[in-house]
Design a protein around this ligand. Sequence first.
Ligand SMILES: NC(=O)c1ccc[n+]([C@@H]2O[C@H](COP(=O)([O-])OP(=O)(O)OC[C@H]3O[C@@H](n4cnc5c(N)ncnc54)[C@H](OP(=O)(O)O)[C@@H]3O)[C@@H](O)[C@H]2O)c1
Length: 258
Amino acid sequence: MPVIGLGTWQLTKHTADTVLYAIELGYRLIDTSSDYRTQPGIGEAIKKSGIDREKLHITTKVEETDDAYKRMKSNLKELQLDYVDLMLIHRPPLFGAGEELWEGLIRAKEEGLVRDIGVSNYSISLIETLIYKSGEIPAVNQIEWSPFGHSRKMYDYCVEKGIVIQAYSPLTRTRRLNDITLKQIALKYGKSTAQIMIRWSMQYGTVPIPKANQKAHLEEDLRVFDFEINEEDMATLTALNEHYSSLALGRLQYLKAI
Ligand SMILES: NC(=O)c1ccc[n+]([C@@H]2O[C@H](COP(=O)([O-])OP(=O)(O)OC[C@H]3O[C@@H](n4cnc5c(N)ncnc54)[C@H](OP(=O)(O)O)[C@@H]3O)[C@@H](O)[C@H]2O)c1
């Protein structure tokens, strides 16, 4: 899996052109979902780019109320693809761990419609339930993750199980970009606060998927491979943790059921 990706929630303006530009810049992982309404534009951009399909890593999702197998098929149709690299359960259903959805994804994987299957917004106990019931370990847990909201306990659990954490809203939807500590560290490295957040996520060992509509942002978010945050500054950034969530719900969802 590429070490950084492009988020596409709310990337509904000029989706195809923006994603095409992102692919040209070097983005190889693209995250979407049936409810983002960006799948048709992403499909168009992939076609236009002429890129070898094997070089891309496409993540999409099924909703908690879906028939997972059916949704898988319609996602592929919208994306104009034969397979996706990763399919996630977008969030746990109200009751249970989503066992039925998981069975649908397992079937899709067995039929070669998807390379890997995983979950999103899942707590440790919900992941444990899925594994216990099916014997299948999710490849990924896509969760909110930034210096202001993360969980060592979740990270250690995922490492132990071989689960990759995809870090969503890694820029806190811009809400914490002006934090004073973050700004001081950014100044020291001659980088933007967004670049520091992305680099922090990567160095922590997660795969950030920042979303950007603006070309300048798309470019900036990829310029994170020419510097390294030292150990002391990593610790300072990690200590900003307050289990903050930039989503309306206030606190990180995956911590609720731990
Ligand atoms: N699984 C889930 O439940 C879930 C939930 C939320 C998000 N996600 C995924 O994760 C992706 C990223 O999360 P997100 O979209 O919530 O938030 P985010 O990536 O933290 O923030 C996106 C915002 O940051 C701005 N931005 C991007 N680069 C910037 C830069 N260099 N400097 C300043 N601002 C910058 C963007 O502006 P412009 O667009 O104007 O460039 C946009 O307003 C989503 O798009 C989606 O694919 C998944």
